[in-house]
Design a binder for this molecule. Sequence first.
Ligand code: AMP
Ligand code: DBH
Length: 549
Amino acid sequence: MSVAYTPFPPDFAALYRSKGYWTDDPLTDVIDRHQGAAAEAVAILCGERRLRYVDVQRLSRRLAAAIRARGLGPGDTALVQLPNRAEFYLVFLALLRCGVVAVNALNSHGGFELAAYARQIEPGLAVLAADRLPTFAGLVERSRMLVLGDPTDDVLSGFAWGDGGALETGYDTPAPGPAIDAGGVAFFQLSGGSTGTPKLIPRTHNDYLYSVRRSAEICGLDDGCRFLCALPAPHNFTLSSPGALGVFHAGGCVVMAGDPGPATCFPLIERHRVTWAALVPPMLSVWLESAAGADLSSLDVVQVGGAKLSPAVAERVPERLGCRLQQVFGMAEGLVNYTRLDDAPWTVINTQGRPMSPDDELRILDPAGRPVPPGTVGELWTRGPYTFRGYYKADTHNARVFDADGFYCSGDLVSLTDDGNLVVCGRNKDQINRGGEKIDAQEVEDVLAAHPAIAQAAVVAMPDPLMGERSCAFLIAAAETETAESGAAGLKPSTLRRFLRDRGLADFKLPDRFVLVGDLPKTAVGKIDKQTLRDGLKRDLSETAIRNG
Ligand code: AMP
Ligand code: DBH
């Protein structure tokens, strides 16, 4: 029994195998391939704890055995929400070994997102930090909750079952787990979304392992690499581009950071001689401002991705951080582009790189569906050996975002340089990119619309010098807004934010600004004209800037 997904067509699967992209090895291979002396190397540094490859192998096998002992196995799913700690990888690997397919929610996700994931996968297991027990209440039975308490030296003793049962860890030589079909789903990656419900992306062992291996190769990682995991560990960037899994594959060491700020990260870089870090553009700016006086001499490469990096900021990296820059334009759905470490400075500063696989296929199309020439902006469609073929349980949506040839429409507006690099110019999907955190406009609008005093809501991006974009909600008040509780008085930013937060919406999705309007502009077919709203905000903001300047 296995989790259903849209498989790659057989001729493509055969092609990807024949080219050696798909090896039919399980994703746990990134850890298990290190044996003998190589397995004595340190794989994870987390606080004062050091886990060698042998430790990670042994602990994740024991954890897997304990999970199997509760009756979980292939066909089951798990909802996981853990902070940036070593345990995240132990759980990730243990579930892979069990054949249990996980959704790894970001730590910033609230009850709203978790409930939406739980509705879709009906998890047989939840793995969570103790402080999240209230959020998970009602989503999974207590006996099916694996709860992580305070960190301990004996890593597994930090875990207990939600019904009070101790984790059975006496499995020193655990029985072999189920056979893993590398062509099947390994776990679900999360989409930034574009239609209201957070979407799940089935990623197979074969496709994900290839993307990890190829990323590590492009980045030239070896066992000397020390990677700072500062962005959320489950994010596709930090997990696979090349991320922690790429570093494991290369035999290097992952250093866990609780948050990406300089106060946390700079001392870790200095203490552990970190060589690689991955950041989103706003955090890069903060690092650039705080770097003076810090010892960052061990840093070799800082990767930046998740949102558009402005060339003016990119230019400062070598001088201020004393290291090289790599731009990464990726998506949890698959396709990842890198600037190469030996690219000319112009390319690294001004482009978002090029696809990692020779068999990534890109189409850049105009609104009529015709390919555009280099230098012209069009919509990006892609297909390839690690790009998914369909969201989980989303047939109607899939019909819209995939064409008949299996190309996926990323919703990004890009142009191609003459030498084949991509430049991201904007977006066609209804999404706000708040410094790398993607906000689905529809999702926030749906929750706003549930407010008794709101008749209509439209959420759009407004430009922001640090975050790239922030979100603004335009609201039309309902006709009867007379009662104190639900009246127009309730439409204050603070009460609206509380309303959204009470419904469990993640903090980063709360609109940064609310604007009460009498009417919303409409397009010719009568849809809310978000472009006009965005343009108005841009004009507003530049006028404010002029007045302030
Ligand atoms: P997600 O759906 O959350 O995986 O987000 C993927 C999206 O993030 C892409 O489709 C782009 O819109 C955006 N993105 C990622 N990296 C970059 C980058 N380097 N420059 C511009 N946009 C990016
Ligand atoms: O934003 C992203 O989703 C992203 C950015 C960089 C990504 O998925 C990736 C690299 O793999």
